[in-house]
Design a protein around this ligand. Sequence first.
Ligand code: TXA
Ligand code: MG
Length: 319
Amino acid sequence: MTRSLIRPMDAAAIKDAAAMIRDGRLVAFATETVYGLGGDATNANAVAAIFAAKGRPSFNPLISHVAETADAAKLGLMDARADALAAKFWPGPLTLVLPKSAACPVAQLTTAGLGSIAVRVPSAPMARDFIAAAGVPIAAPSANRSGAMSPTRARHVQDSLPGPDEGGPQLILDGGACGVGLESTVVDLTSDATTLLRPGGLAIEDIEAVIGPLLIAGSDDTAPKSPGMLSRHYAPTLPLRINADAPHAGDVFLGFADVFTPGGLNLSAAGDVNEAAANLFDMLHALDQSGATGIAVAPIPDIGLGRAINDRLRRAVTR
Ligand code: TXA
Ligand code: MG
């Protein structure tokens, strides 16, 4: 088993890594918070590969990393709060969840089908150089196996993730130990109630000094069900039936492998769960707008990304 190659994060390595990203491959890289496992956020297959490499049991929406605030404003709608926070804390360990812009090029899988998008401009200069060189927003969760600790050194990444032959990163860009060592603070700006979704490397007090008090997601003594939490999981508006062998009257059918119907869609004719993951949210959105009265989904094998697909489909059923 070959392990992922570690290279010092210099100009030559950054150039090679940027080409790999544009080619749809994965690169782990240092930021000031933790190492990220990066892929082209506009390429659903690359993003599916990120989930597969981490062994995540479900699709959480990922952060899209950009080099400049102006690039963030192309992905999400920035209001006065976003402008104020960006002016003060970007580049830096702050992630903003914004309503997706109409022309947002980021893949549905990156945002797990949500109408919102998480964006961040990291402050590590090499990380910004890498993102700028790639020329696309880079989706990057922490570069560790699901459930393991976040990596703050290149060696941690190499020890935690599979090698390139097993779906892990092609390359690890070694920027030394991460200065902050904690994930970014995540703030939801999709509603008027500014809500802290995850405490992290930027102190809450510093944020409150700029835009006033934050609601804390999950502690609902201050607010009736913080609005930021309502839409954290995408589900179609049509009723959904899973593990279906065939459509009922009025259903559109979402197939897998050789279980499909003419007129329906097929997550992966080849029976490839990674391809199915890359197609999942696009196809659910399309079928939700098809004018049918329900969506029936073929059985998906519970292996690899199939587990994450089934997790998401089950949540959509019981929503
Ligand atoms: O410091 C960091 O943030 C690192 C480095 C690599 O930048 N990245 C990281 O990503 O920690 P990840 O995927 O492990 O965490 C992303 C967080 C999760 O808590 C996720 O639920 C939240 O951001 N998030 C992302 N998109 C969201 C959205 N549209 N709505 C609500 N929460 C979102
Ligand atoms: Mg993590």
